[in-house]
Design a protein around this ligand. Structure first.
Ligand code: PXL
Length: 264
């Protein structure tokens, strides 16, 4: 048997199954990777909103990371919903210790409505610690604004922002979820060349989990060793397909999920 790549997500649980570790593990199962998870927080949420959040202690998050990295190891790691300075400081220390390859940092800081989720010290800790070990950071445009202080709306502004974000330390930057007329645009910068990734805009509110699916898919392809540019481009296509597949689904009364799986 060809052994599946080993992937670890360190992020939050979404009881609604759309985002967070549920989205990551689903994307990895569909793609053919072996997914592991260290849960940072448990959320009570559905398509309408987040009803509650309980953070795990950073000691217990570290225990989960330690358990899997000291035994299974990982070919790539994704970070998601961390949400407190203490967690960023304590858990990134564990990543500095184990030095897993292919660290993808999804800086979950602003929700899809553009509302900041945590206090500024969390953003600062991301830049000081996680950005310095990240192979790739994948903000949405609101997160790019928070992290750079710039306005990030147009594709030209996304192209300026990737340069600013790269100067903060990460090896590669992908700003996701831009819009240009009838296309969705992600902007990728590898420290050398800026690349636009485009796919047709799909008129649906079922985009919950799209960012997680994208960064999880990049993580998978990095673990497969295809190289950053190819990983980002395949992940963009995978996510566009997941948005198309979930577009007509009526699940809940609000912001529905993307669907990276198959039917039946
Ligand atoms: O999509 C970002 C995200 C990550 N992790 C958790 C979430 C969300 C957004 O809802 O709930 C747990």
């Amino acid at each position: 048997m060809d052994e599946p790549v080993k992937l670890l997500t360190i992020g939050g649980s979404d009881s609604g199954g759309a985002a967070g570790v549920q989205a990551d593990l689903r994307a990895w199962a569909v793609l053919g990777g072996y997914g592991m998870c260290a849960v940072t927080a448990v959320t009570a949420q559905n398509s309408v909103g987040v009803k509650g959040i309980k953070f795990m202690s950073s000691d217990f998050i570290k225990a989960q990371v330690d358990a899997v990295l000291s035994d299974y190891g990982a070919d790539a790691v994704k970070t998601g919903f961390w949400g407190s300075r203490e967690i960023v400081e304590d858990v990134s220390a564990w990543l500095y210790l184990y030095k897993p390859p292919n660290i993808v940092v999804d800086p979950v800081l602003v929700n899809h409505k553009g509302e900041e989720m945590f206090s500024l010290d969390v953003t600062q800790a991301y830049i000081a610690l996680l950005f310095q070990i990240a192979d790739l950071v994948t903000p949405n445009r609101y997160e790019a604004e928070l992290l750079t202080g710039l306005t990030v709306k147009t594709v030209a502004e996304m192209e300026t922002a990737v340069l600013h974000l790269h100067a903060l330390g990460p090896k590669n930057i992908l700003i996701k979820g831009g819009r240009d007329g009838d296309e969705i645009v992600d902007v990728f910068y590898d420290g050398d060349t800026i690349t636009q990734l485009r796919s047709p805009y799909v008129n649906t509110s079922n985009t919950h989990g799209s960012g997680d699916t994208l960064s999880a898919a990049v993580c998978y392809w990095l673990a497969r060793g295809v190289g950053m540019g190819t990983a980002v481009s395949r992940a963009h296509q995978f996510t566009a397909q997941a948005i198309r597949s979930g577009a007509g689904w009526r699940l809940g009364a609000g912001h529905g999920p993307v669907w990276a799986g198959t039917k039946g």
